[in-house]
Design a protein around this ligand. Structure first.
Ligand code: MN
Length: 190
């Protein structure tokens, strides 16, 4: 697990994003997950799962869906530092990923099975999310879409937390951490 790709893309004199500690403090209890809502050049969501001392990360262009009929493309991106789970803020124009970021959802998760990293390497990861918005069973499955093996699909499993036909991104648009909107974080105090 290396944060070199993450750190190499960013100028930490310019961006308020965390650089990440070389050796993160060990945390007890269940691993965390976060979904960032990121108003970059194109609005998207980023799913991050704490695993192996980093946040494994996927950019989800259309965001997660609570409808099991929806299969949402999730493109694996560089590992992010654990501290990123607490990041909300505005990345300045000209910097990598410029735009506003909110913690759209957060909580803990459990892997179904016992080895998350092995499941990830095998291309199918089943998790139980205990977030403020996203709950219950979800699956991430790798798919060679246009020959790219960093493409995965994020799918809600059919359970009591599934909501066919509903759009949780519209129903609950604000930060799960602060209740703020993207606009309030982009222009604080206005
Ligand atoms: Mn992003």
């Amino acid at each position: 697990m290396s944060l070199d790709p993450y750190q190499g893309k960013r100028d930490f004199r310019q961006t308020p994003e965390p650089k990440g500690a070389p050796r993160p403090r060990r945390r007890r209890g269940q691993p965390r997950f976060v979904v960032h809502k990121h108003a970059a050049s194109r609005l998207h969501y980023d799913l991050r799962l704490e695993m192996g001392g980093v946040l494994k990360s996927w950019a989800v262009p259309k965001g997660p869906s609570v409808d099991p009929a929806d299969k949402r493309l999730a493109v694996m991106v560089e590992d992010h530092p654990l501290e990123y789970a607490d990041f909300e803020g505005a990345i300045p124009a000209g910097e990598y990923g410029a735009g506003t970021v909110i913690i759209w959802d957060e909580g803990s998760y459990q892997v179904v099975g016992d080895d998350a990293l092995a499941a990830l390497a095998g291309g199918e990861l089943k998790v139980q999310l205990a977030g403020r918005k996203l709950r219950g069973g979800w699956v991430l499955v790798r798919t060679k879409w246009r020959g790219e093996d960093r493409n995965w699909l994020l799918i809600k499993e059919k359970d009591d937390h599934a909501r066919p036909g509903e759009d949780i991104l519209v129903q609950q648009a604000n930060s799960a951490r602060s209740g703020r909107t993207l606009e309030e974080i982009a222009a604080p105090g206005e």
